[in-house]
Design a protein around this ligand. Structure first.
Ligand SMILES: [Zn+2]
Length: 417
C-alpha cells in the first residue's frame, strides 16, 4: 500500500513515471503467487482460540469467559479505549484472538482484529499490566484489468460479471458511469468496456477489493473514460481523459439500472389524464420500496404531497439546479424541509402515489426555474484540475494507459502497486 500511495500522491512526476515503469517491468514476475502459511512461523506450543464477536456480546463478557479477572477486564477496556480508540465491539465484524503459552495457561496475549488491515495486540507484561500495540497489516495491492463486451440481450452488470469483475467493483463502476451514461439507452450489443481496479492481498490471499483506478466504456455518445487521480492537495477525484471532473454535480439517473419508461417531452399524452401535456421529467421503473438517492448534494426545499406528484421531495443544489422526485411510497427518515443531503443519500422510496399507473420514480431537473431534460442537459462537473494538476494528470494518464496496454495483451497479469 505504501508504494501505491507514493504512486498516486507524489508531487514528483518523474519518480512516479519511473516507479510505474519499474512496476510494469515486474509484472511478469508476479504471475505466480506462492502461498505462505503464517501458522508455521508460530511457536509450536502456543495455543490460540478465536472468537468472532456476535450480536449482544460485550468485551467484558468475552474476556471473563476466557478466565480473565475483573481487574484485567477493566485494565484492558481502558487501554483499548485510550490507545486504540476501541470502546465497543461490532457484531459479525470484530474478531478476538486469545493466546496462551499452553493449553491450561492463562491468556498472555489478546489480539483484537477490527479490520483485515489493522490489528491491536495486547500483551500482559511482567507487572501484570496490559501493553497495547497497533499493527498495520502489510497489504499487497494489485491493479487488475478486466475487459468485456455487451452481448445481445445483456445488461452491463451481466457482461461485467462475465468479464470477471467482482460485484462490489461493478457497483462502483456503475455509480461512476451513471454520471455520464444512461444505462437504459446507451447500452447496446457490441459495446466494449474495461476496468482497472485494485485487489488487496495478504500473504498471497485475496482479502478485499480496493479502488477503481480507470474505467472505459464505448457509449453511443462516444467513449466514456474515467481515471482516479489524487490532486496535489491530496483530494481524490475521477477525471475524464482531458482532466475534467467526471463526477457531475447531479446524476442523470438517480437509481442505477432502472429502466426508463417515459422520457422527457414537451408534448405527451398523459396515461391517466388522457389529454396531451408536457412530461417534465423522466420516469424510471423500479419496484415499490426501492431507495431513491439524492441526485446531488443540496438542501431539501419541499417534502410534501400533491395530487399529481403524490409524495415528493424537491432538492435545491448549488448553483441554479433543483431536482424533484415524485410518487414516493414514503419519505426517508430524517429528511425534512431544510435538511442538507449528500449525493447518493436516500431521501425516499419508490411508490405509486399521485397520478401514477404503477410504481416508478418520476425525476425532474429544474435549471433556473425551467424544466430541462435530465438525459441531455449539460451538467457541471464538481471539481476541475488547475493548470498544474492538469499537466500532471495527463502525464499520469499516459503512464497508466501504457500499463493498461500491457495488461490488455496479457489479461492474466497484474500491476504490483
Ligand atoms: Zn413522470
Amino acid at each position: 500500500m505504501k508504494k501505491a500511495k507514493n504512486i498516486m500522491s507524489t508531487a514528483n512526476l518523474t519518480r512516479m513515471v519511473m516507479a510505474l515503469a519499474v512496476l510494469l517491468s515486474l509484472v511478469a514476475i508476479f504471475l505466480v503467487v506462492t502461498k505462505r502459511t503464517p501458522a508455521q512461523l508460530r511457536a509450536a506450543n502456543e495455543c490460540k482460540s478465536i472468537v468472532m464477536v456476535a450480536s449482544g456480546d460485550t468485551l467484558s463478557e468475552l474476556l471473563l469467559a476466557q478466565g480473565l479477572s475483573h481487574s484485567d477486564v477493566n485494565n484492558i477496556a481502558q487501554v483499548l479505549k485510550k490507545e486504540a480508540e476501541i470502546s465497543t465491539l461490532r457484531a459479525d465484524r470484530d474478531r478476538l484472538e486469545f493466546v496462551r503459552d499452553a493449553d491450561d495457561a492463562p491468556v498472555s496475549k489478546i489480539v483484537v482484529v477490527p479490520s483485515p488491515w489493522r490489528q491491536v495486540e495486547l500483551t500482559c507484561n511482567d507487572s501484570g499490566d496490559w501493553d497495547c500495540k497497533t499493527v498495520d497489516i502489510e497489504r499487497d495491492t494489485r491493479a487488475i484489468y478486466r475487459s468485456g463486451e455487451i452481448l445481445d440481450g445483456d445488461s452491463f452488470y451481466l457482461a461485467g460479471q462475465r468479464a470477471g469483475i467482482p460485484a462490489g467493483i461493478l457497483i462502483e463502476v456503475y455509480d461512476l458511469l451513471a454520471f455520464e451514461m444512461d444505462f437504459e439507452r446507451d447500452v447496446r450489443a457490441g459495446q466494449k468496456f474495461s476496468v482497472l481496479y485494485e485487489e488487496n492481498f495478504s500473504e498471497g490471499e485475496k482479502i478485499d477489493n480496493g479502488n477503481v483506478l480507470a474505467v472505459s466504456f464505448q457509449a453511443l455518445r462516444g467513449n466514456v473514460q474515467m481515471y482516479r487521480y489524487r490532486k496535489s492537495d491530496g483530494t481524490i477525484g475521477y477525471y475524464d481523459a482531458e482532466g475534467n471532473g467526471a463526477i457531475k454535480s447531479l446524476k442523470r439517473t438517480p437509481i442505477n439500472n432502472a429502466k426508463i419508461t417515459s422520457n422527457f417531452s414537451r408534448n405527451r399524452k398523459h396515461p391517466i389524464l388522457g389529454y396531451t401535456r408536457a412530461h417534465k421529467g423522466v420516469d424510471f421503473r423500479a419496484s415499490t420500496g426501492t431507495p431513491i438517492p439524492a441526485a446531488g448534494a443540496g438542501r431539501v426545499v419541499a417534502r410534501s404531497y400533491n395530487r399529481g406528484h403524490g409524495n415528493f421531495v424537491k432538492i435545491r443544489h448549488n448553483g441554479s439546479y433543483e431536482t424533484l422526485y415524485a410518487h414516493m411510497s414514503k419519505f426517508a427518515k430524517g429528511v425534512n424541509v431544510g435538511t442538507t443531503v449528500r449525493q447518493g443519500q436516500t431521501i425516499g422510496y419508490v411508490g405509486s402515489t399521485g397520478y401514477s399507473t404503477g410504481p416508478h420514480l418520476h425525476y425532474e431537473i429544474i435549471k433556473d426555474g425551467v424544466h430541462v431534460n435530465p438525459m441531455t442537459v449539460k451538467l457541471p462537473a464538481i471539481s476541475n484540475l488547475n493548470k498544474e494538476d492538469k499537466k500532471k494528470f495527463k502525464e499520469y494518464r499516459k503512464v497508466l494507459e501504457e500499463g493498461i496496454e500491457q495488461l490488455e495483451k496479457n489479461p492474466s497479469m497484474y500491476i504490483q502497486l
